[in-house]
Design a protein around this ligand. Structure first.
Ligand SMILES: *Cc1c(COP(=O)(O)O)cnc(C)c1O
Length: 382
């Protein structure tokens, strides 16, 4: 179906590949870059983004769950796909069927996979899994001191293969916290080596690590254990820095656009939108945008945010509704029905970034991008 509603998100293949190549350039030649495309590639459209990256040599992709993995398998038949949020018992069969690689950290995860492999007659399969170590985030992963009973399950007769050891940093931009997590990881790696297990990858670090890869201690640790480093950038691929501060070498990939669908003029004293929170103090020209919070435009931007139209900023007037947003275009010359409006992206010499919307709504650019609703079509450009 062609899209007829004048709301869309343009996803730039060129910029996505620019960011990927930039990160690849920072990494050591033997480092494997796993592109995190969970949550519909942070709102950018998983299938198209992953296919573009795979076409540029990316071999590994990270998704949240088996359902995302199955969808990605259709787009990328040869890719390695990591299921990063672990496994649920109903997912084991499907993970095996679609050659998805689960992150595991508890005995039930291994049990579900072992049983499903038995049922499928694949007891000798050496099905690969990535073992997550909780080095301090307290979210998922095995505690280093509890590793014994898990590692026992990777013996010579096991249908499973320990392909990678992974961990996740809670404050990747905090050197002291990260060093403490690295110490915990080192304990776990000793226990793994002591049992003679030789994982192929040491999977540590997200965008923050990928952007500072030059000084990484983890590459050296990986080499020492005879493994290769894997790093898992997400947000940086989409052109944003993982924390405060700009990432001037990255290019925002997504532009979110709409059009003016209606114009009106109101007189002083008239109000705009639910609860009449905007009161006109002069003759005011208003433009209607056909989208609202159901499309992912955060309602906290009511009377606070702005959009770009004819290269100028127009402020949001009144409450954002579910499907409508009104902007004040008083004094912007030449405004017409059909004018393109930029919610995220560039127009003229100005631009709106997810960082700016995040600051205005008390969140992070990740959430701004993920919040763009499924009903907004993603269109890949250049
Ligand atoms: C989401 C996620 C990443 C990517 O994080 P960014 O900050 O977006 O780079 C990496 N690893 C794991 C386990 C994740 O869940």
């Amino acid at each position: 179906m062609t899209h007829t509603r004048p709301i869309w998100a343009e996803v730039s293949r060129g910029r996505l590949l620019h960011n990927f190549r930039y990160l690849r350039g920072l990494a050591a030649p033997d480092t494997e870059l796993l592109a995190v495309v969970k949550a519909n590639a942070y709102g950018h459209g998983m299938a198209a983004c992953a296919a573009a990256l795979a076409g540029d040599g990316c071999r590994w992709f990270g998704v949240t769950c088996v359902e995302e993995g199955v969808a990605l398998r259709l787009a990328c038949p040869d890719a390695r796909i990591l299921i990063m949020s672990g496994l649920w018992h109903l997912e084991a069969e499907t993970a095996i069927e679609h050659r998805l690689t689960p992150v595991v950290w508890e005995r039930p995860h291994l049990g579900w996979l072992e049983a499903a492999l038995q049922r499928r007659g694949l007891a000798a399969a050496k099905f690969p899994v990535h073992l997550e170590i909780d080095t301090g985030m307290s979210r998922q992963g095995a505690a280093p001191e509890d590793l014994g009973s898990l590692l026992d399950r990777f013996g010579p007769t096991s249908p499973l293969r320990l392909e990678a050891v992974m961990t996740h940093f809670h404050s990747p931009e905090n050197e002291i916290a990260t060093q403490e997590q690295e110490r915990q990881l080192a304990r776990a790696l000793e226990a793994i080596a002591a049992l003679g297990l030789r994982p192929e990858f040491l999977s540590v670090g997200s965008s923050a690590a990928a952007l500072t890869e030059g000084g990484s201690r983890m590459a050296a640790v990986a080499r020492q254990m005879g493994a290769r480093r894997m790093v898992r950038p997400g947000i940086a691929l989409y052109g944003y820095a993982p924390g405060p501060g700009a990432a001037p070498d990255l290019q925002p990939v997504l532009a979110w656009k709409t059009r003016i669908v209606s114009l009106r003029e109101i007189h002083p004293g008239a109000v705009v939108g639910y609860d009449g929170t905007f009161v006109a103090h002069r003759k005011t020209r208003l433009a209607l945008l056909p989208l609202g919070y159901a499309d992912g435009l955060n309602r906290l931007l009511s009377n606070r945010g702005s959009v770009l139209v004819r290269g100028r900023r127009a402020s949001i007037a009144g409450r954002i509704s579910m499907d409508h947003t009104v902007v004040d275009v008083t004094g912007i010359p030449g405004i017409e029905r059909g004018d393109e409006v930029v919610l995220l992206g560039e127009q003229g010499t100005d631009r709106m970034t997810a960082d700016e919307l995040a600051t205005a709504t008390g969140t992070i650019p990740y959430e701004v991008l993920c919040a763009i609703a499924a009903r907004v079509p993603r269109v890949m450009v250049d």
